[in-house]
Write a protein that binds this ligand. Structure first.
Ligand SMILES: [Zn+2]
Length: 201
């Protein structure tokens, strides 16, 4: 059955090629999705990013629907958190991925900040490729409601604590460039200024 084996080898090779093509197609799709998602997220220069959001009063279907859409946008954009202000909604809620679980936190309040403060580089889906060092508390307690209006209380540590502090900042119109050191801010602004010119056209 030598002929058969030979054919089999060719099949394998062909399969590898196909797999490779599939990987490439998947990668191209991922990149396209990311680009589409980012195009739907407000970018630096948009005044809405500097505004303070108001409390959510109605825990209705609209809220759940928007939160779901924001969760998909966050994943498509390769992000770990997304605040309502970043999609132009001036209401106090954000979505984030907490240890593999997608959560919606509505009217969130950080009720406890503890542990050390730690400086780490942060990026933001509204600031392109800018990454700046930001000081955050290592531990926070955050109290909020979920999309159905039920009480949620989370004790967060490390990365999720950092994300929560970043997202709550968004609801107050505060960005990472406001929280970094002057030299890093200057560098970030040099990267962001051309976008400002484009945005004002
Ligand atoms: Zn952000």
């Amino acid at each position: 059955m030598a002929g058969h084996d030979h054919e089999h080898e060719e099949d394998d090779e062909h399969e590898h090629e196909l797999e490779h093509e599939e990987d490439e197609a998947q990668e191209a799709e991922r990149v396209a999705r990311k680009r589409i998602a980012l195009a739907q997220i407000r970018q630096y220069g948009d005044p809405v990013l500097r505004m303070s959001a108001g409390e959510v009063e109605a825990f209705d279907e609209e809220l759940s629907r928007v939160a779901e859409r924001m969760t998909s946008l966050m994943h498509d954009a390769d992000g770990v958190g997304l605040a309502a202000t970043q999609v132009g909604i001036l209401r106090r809620f954000f979505v984030f991925n907490h240890g593999g679980i997608d959560r919606v936190l509505v009217n969130p309040v950080i009720t406890r900040r503890a542990g050390e403060v730690e400086i780490e580089d942060e990026g933001c889906l509204s600031l392109g490729s800018v990454r700046v060092p930001v000081e955050r508390h290592l531990e926070v307690t955050i109290e909020a409601k979920d999309a159905a209006g039920e009480d949620v209380k989370l004790e967060l540590e490390g990365m999720p604590a950092r994300v929560a502090q970043h997202e709550v900042d968004h609801l107050d119109g505060v960005l990472i460039i406001d929280r970094t050191d002057p030299a890093s801010r200057k560098e970030a602004m040099a990267q962001l200024r051309p976008r400002l010119l484009l945005a004002s056209r």
